[in-house]
Design a protein around this ligand. Structure first.
Ligand SMILES: [Mg+2]
Ligand SMILES: [Zn+2]
Length: 172
């Protein structure tokens, strides 16, 4: 069984755009130091896996090839072992859209991951709920949508100011 670090995308790896999506590679701005931080996890033997809701294609805001181009830019800078997107609209009530744990459970099955020995790093309550539902400890990073841990819906295992600090916590 492998250990994994699951990573949300927007607000964790790249700059969160309030009410908007990164629809083209130009609109995706990586946060400082994220490539090196994720590389440290891989170096320590963790699988690094992206877990992201992306309804932009289903909403008609971008094409599938736009999403693939955005993902290619991300993966050129950030060493990810696997990428899971939920492409569904919220009202499709699929099993994979966070706060549901479907993507985490699928990744665990496909990669032989011990969820309880893994970690989810995210920036929103929906990330925390998905992690809790899958039995994965959650680390809240304050680089995105959530600016303070006060009143956060689920008590995180840790709250940190940057992805690099989250990696320190995981490896520490
Ligand atoms: Mg996010
Ligand atoms: Zn879905």
């Amino acid at each position: 069984m492998r250990r994994a670090v699951f990573l949300d995308r927007d607000g964790v790896l790249n700059v969160y755009l309030p009410g908007d999506y990164a629809k083209t590679p130009d609109e995706l701005t990586l946060l400082p130091g994220v490539g090196a931080a994720v590389a440290r996890l891989q170096g320590a033997g963790f699988l690094t896996i992206l877990i992201s809701n992306q309804q932009g294609v289903a909403k008609g805001l971008m094409t599938q090839s736009d999403l693939e181009a955005v993902t290619a830019k991300l993966r050129a800078e950030v060493p990810l072992d696997a990428v899971y997107y939920c492409p569904h609209l919220k009202d499709e009530h699929c099993a994979c859209r966070k706060p549901k744990p479907g993507m985490l459970l699928q990744a665990a099955q496909e990669h032989g991951i011990d969820l309880a020995q893994s970690v989810f790093i995210g920036d929103t309550p929906t990330d925390a709920q998905a992690a809790q539902a899958a039995g994965v400890p959650f680390i809240l990073v304050l680089t995105g949508q959530t600016k303070t841990a006060e009143g956060f819906v689920i008590e995180p295992a840790a709250t940190v100011a940057s992805l690099d600090a989250a990696v320190d916590w995981v490896l520490g």
